[in-house]
Design a protein around this ligand. Structure first.
Ligand SMILES: C[S@@+](CC[C@H](N)C(=O)[O-])C[C@H]1O[C@@H](n2cnc3c(N)ncnc32)[C@H](O)[C@@H]1O
Length: 310
């Protein structure tokens, strides 16, 4: 890595401390092999220090330019300036991604900036990548009951007080690849059929009597209910780690791959990478306080995995 990237001593301590426990306990070496690298600084500069075509999978969520109050980053650039910057980091991702790699980009909109996800999809999909899948991350949903059944609502959303706009209950996850035909392991996140007669009806499940179908491109992943935001989720714009898990599982071969999140925040992607035994994980953030939480959360995950393996 470039010398410009300063790896913080306290991140080392946090992760090394957890690693040490993993090997000390009863002198057994436990399955905690993910090499985790967190870097404090700008991801565009940081990615210059990575080899071309060295990353298998990128899962990330950049600042959306919606005026969100991060503790260091200013989320209110002029539109052209913001899109120019997105082009820079998108180009950097394109360079480090392997030819058969996948880049999952999570982005949401707001009433004041409804075109943002589409502008980014257009920007990246035109020259840098092919848009292979568009996934909707559903944060909250209401299912109307049939006849006697009750209507049920699940998940959480931030209400919009308006006479014009509906509450915003979803975000996008754009799946970009270099050629548009990168294979994915759809059944790794597959679901059972609701109507079991479909197992025999469809040729691709009939032969192996397989009760598993592709989940599709609507992923219902609610935020966990929390009591204390500062203690439990001290960041204004995180994604749930289950979202990252789905992306890693879709790519497959977790223990052989390198995963990158250039906008690490408090490390949700690193937690999933660790949980699924990814070989190498790289994360950048400009905000030292977020990186510190990322290191603590990842360290806690290592300790949890170690304890359950004993
Ligand atoms: C939407 S948040 C990511 C949250 C993350 N997915 C999580 O779950 O914690 C975007 C992050 O990008 C960081 N950021 C902004 N500009 C950056 C840059 N040039 N390089 C690296 N990180 C940056 C911000 O500090 C913020 O934490």
């Amino acid at each position: 890595m470039s010398q410009k990237n300063k790896l913080y001593e306290w991140i080392r301590c946090c992760l090394d401390g957890a690693m040490k426990q993993c090997t000390d306990l009863k002198n057994r070496v436990l399955p905690t092999k993910t090499v985790i690298e967190f870097y404090h600084g700008d991801c565009v500069a940081g990615m210059k220090g990575l080899d071309a075509k060295s990353v298998d999978l990128v899962v990330t969520s950049p600042p959306y330019n919606l005026g969100i109050k991060y503790s260091a980053y200013k989320d209110d650039q002029a539109r052209e300036q913001y899109l120019g910057w997105c082009d820079e980091w998108g180009t950097a991702i394109q360079r480090v991604l392997k030819d058969n790699g996948s880049f999952f980009l999570n982005v949401g909109a707001s009433p004041s900036n409804p075109m943002l996800p589409h502008e980014l999809a257009d920007l990246f999909g035109r020259e840098l990548f092919r848009l292979q899948n568009t996934i909707h991350w559903i944060k909250s949903i209401t299912l109307d009951g049939d006849e006697e059944e009750e209507t049920v609502s699940r998940g959480h959303f931030k209400p919009i007080n308006s006479e014009r706009f509906l509450n915003d209950c979803h975000e996008y996850i754009f799946h970009f690849t270099k050629n548009g035909n990168t294979p994915i392991d759809r059944l790794a996140i597959g679901v059972p059929y609701a109507d079991k007669s479909n197992i025999a009806r469809w040729a691709h499940t009939r032969d192996e009597a397989r009760d598993r179908r592709c989940r599709g491109n609507t992923w219902f992943i609610p935020y966990k209910t929390i009591r204390d935001r500062n203690a439990e989720r001290p960041h204004p714009a995180t994604f749930p780690h289950e979202l990252v898990e789905n992306c890693i599982l879709l790519h497959g071969k977790a223990n052989q791959i390198t995963v990158l999140d250039p906008f690490l925040g408090i490390g949700s992607a690193a937690v999933s990478a660790k949980e699924l035994g990814v070989r190498r994980f790289i994360g950048f953030d400009v905000d030292e306080s977020y990186l510190k939480v990322a290191a603590e959360r990842t360290g806690a995950t290592i300790q949890k995995l170690t304890a359950s393996a004993l």
